[in-house]
Write a new protein. Structure first.
Length: 259
C-alpha cells in the first residue's frame, strides 16, 4: 500500500473524529452555519497565502480566527444577529477568495484543493496539524466539560452558575475555526460543512446524553471517512464527495431508525 493511500486513510480517521466533536457542540448550540462561514473564510485565507507565496495554513488560520472574533463581537454587542454576522463574513470571504484565486496563476490547482478537498494530496505536515488540533480539542473538552456542558445545555443556567458564557462562546468559536482550517485541505470548503453536521445530526437521533452523542458522532465520522476514502480509491471518484455521501446515508439510516 502506497504512502499516499496510508496518509489518506489516516487523515480520514483524524478528520472523522475532529469535525464531529466540534460539530456536536455546534449542532446543539444551533450554530452549525458558523462552520460553513469559517470554511469559506479559511478558503479566502488559503488562497491569499498561495497568491503571496505564504504558507496557506497560516493565512487561513489568521483569517478564520479574526473572522470568529468579529462574528463574536458583532453578536455580543447586538449590532447584528449571529446569522447575519456569519452571512457578512461568509460573502466577503468568498469575494476575497475569488479575487485571490484569480491571482494564483500557475498555482490555481493548489487553491482548488482547498475548495473541493483531496485526501490524497495531504502531507505529513497536514496530518501532524490535524492530530495536534485533535489532541488539543479532546484535552479542552475533558478539562472544561462542566463549562461546555452547561453553556451548551442552557446559557441562562450557565450564567446563573457564575460562568462567563461570552468568553466560553468566544473560545468555542475560535477552536471550531482552527478545527475547520486544519481539515480544509482534506475535505474542502464545499463539503466540510456536511461532515461537521451530519455525524452530529445522526448521533443526536441515536443518543440521549452529550457524551454519548460525541462518541457516536465520532464513530460515524470515522466510518464515513474510511468507507468514503476506500470507495473513492476503488471507484476512481473524488474522495470528499464520497465521504459526505456515506455520512448522509448513515444520517438517513439514523433518522429512519429513530422513526
Amino acid at each position: 500500500m502506497s504512502s499516499f493511500i496510508l496518509n489518506a486513510l489516516l487523515i480520514s480517521v483524524l478528520v472523522g473524529v475532529l469535525l464531529p466533536i466540534v460539530g456536536s457542540f455546534a449542532f446543539l448550540r444551533k450554530s452549525t452555519f458558523f462552520g460553513a462561514g469559517m470554511a469559506h473564510t479559511a478558503f479566502a485565507g488559503a488562497a491569499m497565502g498561495i497568491a503571496l507565496g505564504i504558507e496557506p495554513l497560516l493565512t487561513a488560520t489568521l483569517f478564520a480566527i479574526v473572522s470568529a472574533i468579529g462574528i463574536w463581537y458583532l453578536t455580543k454587542s447586538k449590532k447584528l444577529t449571529q446569522d447575519a454576522s456569519i452571512g457578512v463574513f461568509f460573502s466577503v470571504s468568498m469575494a476575497l477568495g475569488i479575487l485571490f484565486l484569480s491571482r494564483t496563476g500557475n498555482y490555481a490547482s493548489d487553491a482548488m484543493t482547498y475548495l473541493v478537498g483531496n485526501v490524497l494530496a495531504v502531507t505529513d505536515t497536514d496530518i501532524a496539524a490535524v492530530f495536534a488540533v485533535l489532541l488539543f480539542v479532546i484535552a479542552a473538552v475533558l478539562m472544561f466539560w462542566k463549562e461546555l456542558f452547561l453553556s451548551t445545555l442552557s446559557e441562562e443556567l450557565a450564567k446563573a452558575s457564575g460562568l462567563k458564557v461570552d468568553i466560553i462562546s468566544l473560545w468555542t468559536m475560535i477552536i471550531m475555526s482552527v478545527a475547520v482550517v486544519v481539515t480544509l485541505k482534506a475535505v474542502g470548503t464545499l463539503l466540510l460543512f456536511g461532515l461537521l453536521v451530519m455525524p452530529a445530526a445522526a448521533a443526536y437521533q441515536l443518543t440521549r446524553r452529550l457524551a454519548s452523542m460525541i462518541v457516536v458522532a465520532s464513530l460515524i465520522g470515522v466510518f464515513s471517512g474510511l468507507v468514503g476514502t476506500i470507495l473513492s480509491i476503488y471507484l476512481d471518484l473524488p474522495t470528499g464527495p464520497m465521504i459526505v455521501l456515506v455520512a448522509f446515508v448513515l444520517m438517513a439510516i439514523a433518522y429512519r431508525v429513530k422513526r
